[in-house]
Ligand binder design. Structure first.
Ligand code: ADP
Ligand code: MG
Length: 491
């Protein structure tokens, strides 16, 4: 990655740079588990989706789910990454009550996907490249339930054996903002690809956040890893807190010890969980039940050809084909559903007007109501029809906002609302002239003032618009007013 100006935070002894690398666990969208046929549906009755393999019964044999492998390859291609034709599943040994086998099947030295890159747009318009170290496939563990009984913990194995993609970034991020933007982009990519639903609340995407601090441009510092952070906001908070904690320790003469920490969302702080285990603690060895994965290059090409248009390409096309600004194009291409909605509205219409309506009024109502765009009360065809009414001057942009509000409430057709409420724009000069005369007659003082202050024309436009209930065509009002009161000194 090319060097860029250091982003720093201040300590008492000078500036520090934060270095961040993320390990994202993304649950593969698949009907069945990585090595068994049990269902992956979220929210089922505890232990109702557990095969003999997932429960680690003696003598069980894992069988690889080809679709999960395909999803990992698809994701690797989306990350512009190296696809490894030969990869190996290992056993990672550790004891935990929600891991009945006593080991997790994972890929260690030979992952299915190698190095790649993700381009990340930052809020201020800068774009950074974040390196991907690897992506490997592994099994998820079950879940311990500590809140079901006063003195016992229960174990639910429904999640046991579900396929995860662990996507490991290089330590290429330099602020909480960059880490959050990277996560957002990664989530969008996975959702475009259809390989993970990106639902952080349900735990389908979770991040281990590695943080260290160093003097700008200096050697890397010792990192701490904050486990299982499950929202973008918490990731940002955990980084801010952790970086400050490390700076304070170092400036106080102490040293950072590599360890695993937890983020306490209620207190907004991280705390020590355990000292960092090393790879050799896990006694990794190739799983004797599973042959190495050998992929056919032809199969990979078939998957490559089936990839959808991805966010970067879509953004570029929105700029090119619709003349949108890079910012607007980035926002509209940011989520696959938003992009589809926008294109349905823009098709055959003024694309910039369509973009303004989607990002303005529509996003406004979705934010207010806390709705996803798929649940929008106004479907794209209807918003398009509303824009058509502005384009053919049936209504003004101002009135269109009122019509839109009614559409959100009632779900009615815009044309029907315009007719029923009599909102059709007045372009008839007679009616507008009458309103102008009435305003002039009622405001002789303002007419006098206008001679010295031509900007007051705006006030007259407002009065005439109000008189017509906002229905007059504003351009017509402007022209007729100037004709009647002019010539004005436009200084
Ligand atoms: P482990 O399994 O021990 O956590 P991984 O290689 O899976 O090791 O992940 C290491 C993660 O830590 C990567 O995301 C990497 O970018 C990040 N990382 C490595 N060194 C540093 C550092 N000095 N500061 C911050 N992050 C780091
Ligand atoms: Mg790790």
């Amino acid at each position: 990655m090319s060097e860029r100006p250091a982003k720093t935070i201040e300590g008492v002894t000078g500036a520090w740079e934060i270095v961040i690398g993320l390990e994202v666990h993304a649950q593969v969208s698949s009907k069945s588990k990585l090595f068994s046929g049990a269902s992956t549906t979220f929210g089922g009755e505890p232990n109702a989706q557990v095969s003999l393999v997932d429960a680690a019964m003696p003598g069980m044999l894992p069988v690889i789910n080809e679709f999960c492998v395909e999803q990992a390859v698809r994701t690797g291609l989306g990350l512009a990454a190296q696809i490894n034709l030969h990869s190996v599943f290992d056993r990672k040994n550790y004891f935990y009550p929600d891991l009945p086998a006593g080991y997790q099947i994972s890929q260690y030295k030979q992952p299915i996907v190698g190095e790649g890159t993700v381009l990340v747009d930052l809020p201020k318009g800068e774009t950074i490249a974040v390196g991907i170290e690897r992506l490997h496939l592994e099994q998820d563990a079950g879940k311990s339930l500590h809140d079901q009984h006063p003195s016992y913990s229960y174990v639910d194995l429904n999640r046991s054996g579900i396929a995860l993609m662990e996507i490991v970034s290089k330590p290429d991020m330099r602020s909480a903002e960059e880490a959050a933007a990277y996560l957002k982009k990664l989530r969008a990519l996975l959702r475009y690809l259809g390989t993970c639903d990106g639902n952080m609340e349900e735990g389908s995407m979770r991040a281990d956040v590695n943080v260290s601090v160093r003097r700008p441009g200096g050697p890397l510092g010792t990192r701490c890893e904050i486990k299982n952070v499950n929202s973008m906001r918490f990731v940002a908070q955990a980084i801010e807190y952790e970086a400050r904690r490390q700076v304070d320790i170092i400036e106080g003469g102490g040293a950072i010890h590599q360890e695993t920490r937890l983020f306490d969302a209620k207190k907004g702080e991280t705390r020590s969980m355990r000292s960092k285990e090393e790879a050799h603690d896990y006694r990794y060895f190739p799983d004797p039940d599973l042959l190495p994965l050998e992929l056919d290059p032809q199969w990979i090409e078939t998957i490559r050809e089936s990839l959808p248009e991805l966010p970067d390409a879509k953004k570029a096309r929105f700029i090119e084909a619709y003349g949108l600004s890079p910012y607007d194009a980035g926002v509209l291409a940011g989520e696959i559903e938003t992009a589809a909605y926008f294109e349905a509205v823009a098709e055959g219409r003024d694309a910039k007007l369509a973009a303004n309506w989607v990002m303005g009024e529509l996003f406004g109502v979705l934010n207010r109501e806390g709705l996803d765009i798929e649940a929008s009360p106004v479907k794209p065809e209807r918003l398009g029809a509303l824009i058509d009414l502005i384009a053919d001057e049936t209504i003004s942009g101002r009135i269109a906002k009122d019509v839109f509000a009614i559409m959100c409430e009632t779900g009615e057709e815009p044309a029907a609302i315009v007719e029923a409420k009599g909102l059709r724009q007045v372009t008839d000069t007679g009616a507008i002239t009458a309103a102008i005369e009435a305003v002039i007659a009622a405001n002789p003082g303002q007419v006098e003032a206008l001679k010295k202050k031509p900007k007051l024309i705006g006030w007259f436009v407002g009065q005439v618009m109000a008189k017509t209930g906002g229905k007059a065509n504003p351009q017509a009002v402007n022209a007729l007013l100037k004709e009647r009161l002019g010539p004005l000194d436009e200084g």
